[in-house]
Write a protein that binds this ligand. Sequence first.
Ligand code: SME
Length: 152
Amino acid sequence: MSTKGTVVEQAQALIEGESNLISALANVAAVIHAEWSEVALWSGFYLVQNDRLELGPFQGPVACTKIEYGKGVCGTSWKNNESIIVDDVHRHEGHIACSSFSNSEIVVPIINAKNLVVGVLDLDSDKFAAFTNDHKKDLELICTSIAQQFFN
Ligand code: SME
């Protein structure tokens, strides 16, 4: 392991040292994207605004800006209040294709103190089945830190 720490440790340090939500999310997206560059084609956030998910800080190709409740993998994660791993997005009903290069995806909700989803962390990969339970655990730890710092 490098001296800069794990992805979770780096992300938590960036979150805990920051008072501005957008700044924190931008840096977290950058860390994840850099550290997991072998799998991450797109790494970023959608935030609940105006009763839908709206695009937040991200790294990667241009993405769709608005996702309705229950739509796509992101909107389903919001609706179900749970993380979702999709091994093959082409076989996932309702998947919203932002990039034609995306083949698998993981979405983790950010859940506030009232148990409401306030946003999601979304990673897309050009590889099939790129995301494991280890990724899920790490991203859930990061989303918990975001919730504690900004949505408590
Ligand atoms: N594929 C997502 C849409 C967001 S992009 O992947 C960045 C979905 O189905 O919700």
